[in-house]
Design a protein around this ligand. Sequence first.
Ligand code: ADP
Ligand code: MG
Length: 713
Amino acid sequence: HNVYAAQWSANGGALGSTDLTLPGASVFGENVFSTAVQRERLPKGAFKALQAALAEGTGLDAGLADTVAQAMREWAMEKGATHYTHWFQPLTNLTAEKHDGFFEPVGDGTAMAEFSGKELIQGEPDASSFPTGGLRVTFEARGYTAWDPTSPAFVMPNPNGALLCIPTAFVSWTGEALDHKIPLLRSMDALSNAGIKALQLLGETDASRIYTTVGPEQEYFLIDEQYYFERPDLYTTGRTLFGAQPPKGQELDEHYFGSIPERVLAYMMEVEEELSKLGIPIKTRHNEVAPAQYELAPIFENSNISSDHQQLTMQVLQNVARKYGLICLLHEKPFAGVNGSGKHNNWAMGTDTGHNLLAPGDTPETNAQFLFFCAAVIKAVKKHQALLRASVANVGQDHRLGANEAPPAIISIFLGKELENAFEMIATGKGTGVKKGLMGLGTDVLPQLPKDGGDRNRTSPFAFTGNRFEFRAVGSSMSLGFVNTVLNTITAESLDELTGQLSKELKTAKGDIFKAVSAVVKEVWAADKEICFDGNGYSEAWHKEAEKRGLYNLPTTPDALPWIINKQTVDTFKKYKVLSKRELESRYEVFVEQYSSKLNIEAETTATMARTMILPAALRQAELLRHAGSGPGLTRLSEELAALTEELIDGIFVLEKANDHDGPDGGVKHATYMRDTVIPAMTTVRSAADRLERIVADDFWPIPKYSEMLFIK
Ligand code: ADP
Ligand code: MG
């Protein structure tokens, strides 16, 4: 791949073009082997050669690689690093690292610090236990990690020996992508190539590269670690499998944007400082809707770096929490009955000349461009709506999407009144709220466009928010890699198609860009406007309306995942060389497998906790009642307890049987079985347990309650 440095990259990018005062600004980038550090540390010739190789996307020769490696090692060791790792993103939403020491024996009984160019560029982790979905058979378990020089190396501090992390891609020996980074990079290339062709026709000829940009808003919960360790469900599955609703819930709405508790604030400030050192620019923090829920948002960066930084952000959020006696929960739905957590993926396309292609501009030319790029997104989302839904499917998301707190499982686009009217007007010559003729564009062909964020719609899964689209259906625990790979690839495809159309229309319109763009936009609107919806996405009426419009409603993961290997998906991804059929199949297999095995763990945990913690509490309560003597009230209590206890016991047996089952042929059939048989069995057990929680003596109840976990800060 070629250029990822330049404008929108780590340190010169979004941040370089603004002068924000960030928290932790004085330490910003301190732990990053940034371009500035490279300039300072490398011999002049080597620095220039490295930058040139990056810009042209060519490899480094062995000599240069050695020079860079040495400078990197010396810099890292000064920061306390003793080991290095190739840091990569297998298909698990987590990152992986294998630590190697810098010191190597030199034969005379002493050791010398060594780190060669070869070690920098390529690694071979023993990678046989990462999920590969059949891409790598175990006897040929080799996978390679390859340096991604466009994402800067960094040092992860640790008082007992820091770690130099080298962002890498992870490939099989046959060259197939085993990670989330490679396809993302490929998709960025695809989009850039397609978009640049469009820009040429649209008259913007200075740009030579388009970067997709992402600013993810991360939601998370914080609870006291004492409670966490008392709950096997939380520490084995990340969510509570039991827990009655507390008397005081979310309905008071007092938490959202409320003042932040002191311990939490101290935690947030340390998180921001650590992220700042890693070159991650954090911009906002606040309380979220649910009690104990918070959010943090960085300033956007190019998709590749943003995705790397997002992985680091999740890690730092979790690490720092421990210092404050807190646990950071990134699960999509840690607590039933209160809002879950998502990750809003703010996404746009920007040129290397610093122009955001999704921002309506000041001139007719930029507005024509904007409408063209916006139309391409509408077309792409309409065509690949089911795939987009699949790209955010996981077991946690099934509790969240469509549950009146998060976008529905139906993908639609919110454009806002002004923009929707603009499209409508171009298409029909009619529109409301937009004055035809004025438009401030020097032409009456294109209407005036919204200059600010316009109205907001919190219920839409894919909303235009002034200068970007916000994909709100992403889950809080997810890597940004796959979602953005999908977004970029489908947009590349539609840009390509619309560019073809534009070039024809330009001929018809004798070179009049406005007329030609209008004609293209008109066609997109006529064909695809059904995907646009500005009403309440949570409402029952929308579900009916969406069905009438023929939009896909894929409520659960097993419904959605098959779209990853649907023919339409395979064709598009193959055409743009982002993922081959085999690579798509491998992802599909891995995601299906993750769904089933996570449910299997949840089911086992539910059964075990019910049998060994909750049932004994109920039996102790029965004992207590027996000791209390007799009387009509006591008899009533005993009967109530006995009935619920029986319900719990029955539920446990049904669940254990349901889960003790290999399932029909594995794969999506098994996943469907887990969804239809095992989940209901878990729900039955929980329902009995949650009612028991309300009648069993508080000091018998073996696990912390929702009210403790959510309200003690
Ligand atoms: P809100 O809560 O209103 O959605 P926030 O300020 O919390 O807004 O988050 C907005 C996010 O959108 C930030 O991460 C910001 O960097 C990101 N963003 C802004 N402009 C762009 C852009 N051009 N491309 C990608 N992300 C962007
Ligand atoms: Mg948002």
